[in-house]
Write a protein of this length. Sequence first.
Length: 290
Amino acid sequence: MPGRPTPHLLARLPPNNLLRMLRSRKKYTVYDLRQLKGRRCLTHVHVKSPEEAAAAEAADIDLLSCSFDSPESQARLPLLVAAAPTRFISGATPHGLASPEEAIRVGFRALELGASSVYCSASPTLISAMAREGIPVVGHLGMVPRHATWTNVRAIGKTAAEARQLYDQMKRLEDAGAYAAELELVPHQLAAYLCRKTSLLLMSLGSGPGCDTQFLFSDDILGDYDERIPRHAKAYRNFLAEHRRLQNERIAAFREYAADVTTGAFPQPGNLVSIPDPELEAAIAAIEEA
């Protein structure tokens, strides 16, 4: 393609120059992300509102993900895309896709609504169906919350047998046509090794810095829930306390308003619209004559 460096020229560019060149584009593509593999760890945040998406855009977060598993989240996706127009966004497909045909329909629907790719924790069979149609798919390796009944919620890959199984699962995703995989709660040394052994972009969620992206949920980053933060995460703010403060302020404001209405302190003359007395008299007369 004229004006677009070939892969071997991209490989010769110093990392900072490559990043500047790719940042000059409107939005990353899967092709761009593959060129960045092994060059640096990309930032990656799961967002749940247009406000969070806009904040991620302003903060220059590389990749975003969001839910796409309910009518509400599907209606929200275009709002997230509009709030972060230059971000690469993946939509998480529903659990329990019943067939390759359904997977393809859901995948294309996500792309039609503005997603750059889809996340799917289902089997390689369903991932392969989407990938064959050109839908960019992110799989899931390691501790998969939706399948935790088989493993319990724990680190995966701390034994030789589990590490080998994890490697084989990674290769099956590769063969299925996924371009990336979320790697959750895998020992960081093993995660770094696996990242060197695959063409997949490995997205670390609690799997250390040796992967291609570092992935956290906005709730963790913002401290937006009332429970112990996971060991693999870090809270940079305390939004829960802020939400409680704002709720208390709402209650206080409503009480002050109610008190003002009761005592006659609201509305004041400055809150009112007036009509000159002659006009009021004429208006009353016109009404009463009708």
